[in-house]
Design a protein around this ligand. Structure first.
Ligand code: NCD
Ligand code: ZN
Length: 348
């Protein structure tokens, strides 16, 4: 039985660390084990211009522990009015790693997202020309569509057309949540890559509300069925280059999670690489963890893999239930908080 594994330092290709006191409280959990992370731009207000991107990168860098070598990668929040020239400038100056699509009102802080896809065609054309990655929250939020079918319908109605319309545009379908999503990415690789969260590989909707409602499991895209969970696990552990790590760790103040109108997002950074290791072990694929966590993502983003290494050991510990945030009574609930976590990072 393998009890220790050393891999290249992983990267997180989809991460929310927010701003202000929350940023200071949560970023160290990712910086400890990961070399880089794509920081999502859905702040209030969102990161929509190169100027915003520079300022957010500075705030994130200032929130890092001293002597950390972690590198924040910044993305531009796409709106109906995004200026292709500013996007190009941000990419060429190394401020933006990519542009992120939130369909308006699809998820947390997406009200400023895109309301009409005709309005973003000029930006996509420019991105294709300069080979800039396009990151997508791939859900169709047409009210006529069932929430469990949003990912599949986004692919059918929009994404499948865009891959043909912009054959040179590198895309990432983020936080894959369904067998349809997994299959689509594979069929369009290497143009489209997909990130997979730890929790979409562990939970089903039966866990979420089959025995009492667990508000902290509420996330967008919603947790789906056992069939989807199995497809996601097979994809992540397959070794296929089109699938890579993106935690979608998304902390919220506890009062916003436990409200009558609860907010989507699962804060998993404190247990992220450890939980991926558990899934890969369960699937008999620990030898493929490095590809998923540290090689496939950089290849898709055309960045070099990290040179540093981390070592994980099978040695149980208990996850903290919450992380305290400075300010008026704020704290964020941790995914798997209070549970026994099988793997531990011993050198990193
Ligand atoms: C994310 C958040 O809280 O910002 N929430 C979520 O449910 N995943 C946004 C997102 O990635 O959809
Ligand atoms: Zn997210």
């Amino acid at each position: 039985m393998t009890t220790r594994i050393t891999i290249r330092k992983p990267d997180d290709w989809h991460l929310h660390v927010r701003d202000g006191e929350m940023l200071k409280a949560v970023l160290p959990y990712t910086a400890k084990n990961f070399g880089r992370a794509i920081l999502m731009p859905n702040l209030i207000p969102p990161v929509t211009t190169t100027r915003d991107g520079i300022a957010y990168r500075e705030r994130a860098t200032a929130a890092l522990p001293k002597s950390s070598t972690f590198k924040p990668l910044i993305t531009c929040y796409l709106t109906d009015d995004t200026d292709p020239n500013d996007v190009e400038r941000g990419f060429k100056e190394g401020v933006f790693t990519g542009v992120k699509l939130y369909p308006a009102n699809a998820t947390t802080n997406s009200a400023a997202g895109v309301t009409d896809y005709r309005k973003i065609m000029r930006v996509l054309e420019r991105m294709e020309k300069i080979d800039m990655p396009f990151l997508m929250h791939g859900e169709d939020v047409d009210p006529a569509i069932d929430v469990f079918d949003r990912e599949a319908m986004f692919i059918e109605r929009y994404l499948s057309k865009w891959t043909r319309q912009f054959p040179g545009l590198r895309m990432i379908l983020e936080h894959l949540s369904s067998k349809d999503g997994v299959d689509f990415v594979k069929s369009t690789a290497p143009q489209v890559g997909g990130t997979i969260t730890p929790y979409h590989m562990i939970l089903t909707r039966t866990d979420w509300f089959g025995w009492g409602l667990k508000p902290y499991m509420y996330v967008m895209p919603v947790i789906k069925t056992e069939k989807d969970r199995i497809a996601l696990r097979k994809a992540a552990t397959s070794g296929e280059a089109c699938y890579f790590l993106g935690t979608d760790s998304a902390p919220h103040p506890v009062a916003k999670k436990l409200a009558l109108n609860g907010i989507p997002g699962i804060f998993n950074a404190p247990v992220a690489i450890e939980t991926y290791a558990r899934v890969f072990e369960e699937e008999g694929a620990l030898d493929r963890l490095e590809a998923f966590a540290a090689l496939n993502g950089p290849r898709h983003y055309k960045l070099p893999p990290n040179e540093e290494r981390i070592t994980l050991e099978k040695s149980p510990w208990t996850a903290p239930e919450e992380v305290k945030v400075a300010g008026p009574d704020e704290r964020a609930l941790v995914y798997r908080g209070g549970e026994t976590i099988e793997w531990r990072v011993v050198e990193g």
